[in-house]
Design a binder for this molecule. Sequence first.
Ligand SMILES: Nc1nc2c(c(=O)[nH]1)N[C@H]1C(S)=C(S)[C@@H](COP(=O)(O)O)O[C@H]1N2
Ligand SMILES: [Mo]
Length: 365
Amino acid sequence: MERIRPTKHADFIVRHAAPFNGGPPLAALVDSPITPEELFYVRNHAPVPEIDATAFRLSVGGLVERSLELSLDDLKREFEFRRVEATLQCAGNRRDELIAVREIPGEVPWGAEAIGNARWGGVALRDVLAAAGVSDDAKHAAFVGRDRAQKGSQTFPFGGSIPIEKANDSDVLLAYEMNGKPLPATHGYPLRVVVPGYIGARSVKWVSEIRVQATPSDNYYQRKSYKLFPPTVSAETVDWDHGLMLGEVGPTAVLCRIDGGVPAKAGPVGLAGYAMGAGGTEVDGVEVSIDGGAIWHPAKLGSGEHGTWYLWRIVVELTAGEHEIIVRVHGSGSHQPDHAATGWNFKGYMNTAWHRTLLQVDSRT
Ligand SMILES: Nc1nc2c(c(=O)[nH]1)N[C@H]1C(S)=C(S)[C@@H](COP(=O)(O)O)O[C@H]1N2
Ligand SMILES: [Mo]
């Protein structure tokens, strides 16, 4: 296994050993609104590349007035430092609930732990694009990483793109810091893209090339993978030219911790979790039902902002027996299906369904 585990929490859940993919135990994830590095999930499609930061160059080209070659020092010296708090969430987060509906072979079987919120530091992508001078016919900013993924006999870097309007948002970063420290190797050292409100796949790690272009990236992970298909489409019948290219994250709310553990004891029980609005928009409220959806109770929301998650808490009064706890979110455009089956797709992306947990409650004696 790669040497990633040592920087991670002892109870990190390894979902795939090589390349390393894993995330934190859910109860620990909601201990603090800023996710410490040791609890931040890792989604890698290839081994972590070894990069000499002093020799590292970022190239910016395509539909620009002047191409740029920037060292890390150039980036730090020539552009204003910016700090942005942003939540990254893998499009495959909560895939396990889709797998419970119907099997999804060949994809990482994530629970709800493929999400984390950090303070990222670096420079605004738009400042770098402005220095290059973006042409009027530019429609997308495409990113290329330095890792080498393998599909069959082909080896190629991870890549992806975002629309140029999004690239010009001041909170889209070329980040070299995570929670006030240099970006760890696993998370993209020395430089990564951070695109708040978009699926994690667009936040390309180890980014070494930015190309401004008229079309989306033709990288495998933009053109084929990370597309949403209807439930009737399978790996055998898929036409990769169709399907919806994923960009903004869907709305979500998840129960992560039951105070005192399971089975719970009858009486007042504290519940805690996270929520995020569609495309990273603000969360207005989180509602919890302890009776399978008949009555909804408003949870207490922690602070959050555009591009971040919101942690929530509630104390519910539980009687002995089996309860279905359901959690859902309120926010602009944050419509969620009531069951995961509605959104099933053969790649297992964007499960935005109400989060359901069967909970056994024992009497107090
Ligand atoms: N170069 C590169 N960038 C990448 C990936 C990758 O495999 N290679 N994985 C992407 C995916 S799918 C996600 S969800 C996020 C995960 O970021 P993290 O590992 O820092 O949590 O990185 C994205 N950027
Ligand atoms: Mo992802």
